[in-house]
Ligand binder design. Structure first.
Ligand code: A3D
Length: 320
């Protein structure tokens, strides 16, 4: 069987980390694309030279030419600009929308059968834009955010309960932003809901509320510390998990920004919900019963995504 081909659009901090992870896991041959001349070629050469040490067989090519992504099975998009301290994800709309236009066209022309994972922020709006500009079916274009947000939530909970991160199964819904919705009664430690652990006295409601707040601001906390960009190790790891689910037809249920139509009361919106990822891309949206505070918070998050999309569509019209 021929090797799979993974195209990474954007060879910056996340793009380079993605290439390293994909090579180490021998997921396929890798093409690292960027508009910056020399940089993807340099990173590709550096990464290729990890091969003899780490013992992986993967070709890694750096390029500035979209023709090199031809026939890619998976495309992961990080092209654009990240946040600097003081910036919100939404401040990036204008710049990154233009980038999505160029990237979407590149994908449409060279690899229309690919499974596309968008990471560029503001995520829920950029994945919508990438789908529009690429013209691919909705099930083949998804956004990575929920896997990362859940990982952040799980990390903080494991620290709080003093347990292994392996036993925490965290559940986060909604848009990728300050309005995301970590759902505590669907978040478990070895099957025990967090709310039950609070009742057992293993933590307090106040502490869990603090963790929810820290999760929502998790990206900003790292931006504030790094000062020059945003998180990249965990975002890359999250997208790789999604790519593996697709390539291996794993039918994993992962929180992804997918096009939701007819579930959660939505009639066509990209937002974070649990999704079955397999060989057909986003195969099914899993609808859970949201109640009380979680239901209200999900609505707030959906409204924030809708507001961002309106801004996005206005900018898109002015670009046309
Ligand atoms: P960075 O290291 O700046 O890399 C971005 C790369 O995109 C740079 O190398 C640019 O040269 C390149 N680029 C710019 N315009 C184009 C273009 N038109 N075509 C191709 N390449 C281009 O950023 P990063 O890797 O740290 O972050 C990338 C994106 O991911 C940003 O928008 C971040 O905000 C976003 N991000 C999202 C999450 C989520 O959870 C959704 C997490 C972390 C970062």
């Amino acid at each position: 069987m021929a090797r799979k081909k993974i195209a990474l659009i954007g060879a910056g901090m996340i793009g380079g980390t993605l290439a390293h992870l994909a090579a180490k896991k021998e997921m396929g041959d890798i093409v690292l694309f960027d508009i910056a001349e020399g940089m993807p070629q340099g990173k590709a050469l550096d990464l290729a030279q990890c091969g003899p040490i780490e013992g992986f067989d993967a070709s890694i090519k750096g390029t500035n030419d979209y023709a090199d992504i031809a026939g890619a099975d998976v495309v992961i998009v990080t092209a654009g600009v990240p946040r600097k301290p003081g910036m919100s994800r939404d401040d990036l709309v204008g710049i990154n929308l233009k980038v999505m236009k160029a990237v979407g066209e590149g994908i449409r022309i060279h690899c229309p059968d690919a499974f596309v994972i968008c990471i560029t922020n503001p995520l829920d709006a950029m994945v919508w834009a990438l789908r529009e500009f690429s013209g691919l079916p909705h099930n083949k274009v998804v956004g990575m955010a929920g896997v990362l947000d859940s990982a952040r939530f799980a990390t903080f909970l494991a620290w709080e309960f003093g347990v292994s991160v392996k036993d925490v199964n965290a559940f986060v819904l909604g848009g990728h932003g300050d309005t995301m919705v970590p759902v505590t009664n669907y978040t478990t430690v070895s099957g025990i809901p967090v709310d039950d652990l609070v009742k057992m006295g293993k933590s307090s409601k106040e502490k869990i509320d603090e963790i929810v707040k820290r999760t929502r601001a998790g990206g900003g906390e790292i931006v504030g510390l790094l000062k020059t960009g945003s998180a990249y190790y965990a975002p890359a790891t999250s997208a790789i998990a999604m790519a593996e689910a697709y390539l291996g037809d794993q039918k994993r249920i992962l929180p992804c920004a997918v096009y939701v139509e007819g579930k959660y009361g939505l009639d066509g919106l990209y937002v974070g919900v649990p999704t079955v990822i397999g060989a057909n891309g986003a195969e099914e949206v899993i609808e859970i019963d949201l109640e009380g505070e979680a239901k209200q918070n999900f609505q707030v998050s959906v409204d924030a995504v809708k507001e961002l999309l309106v801004a996005c569509k206005q900018i898109d019209e002015s670009l046309a």
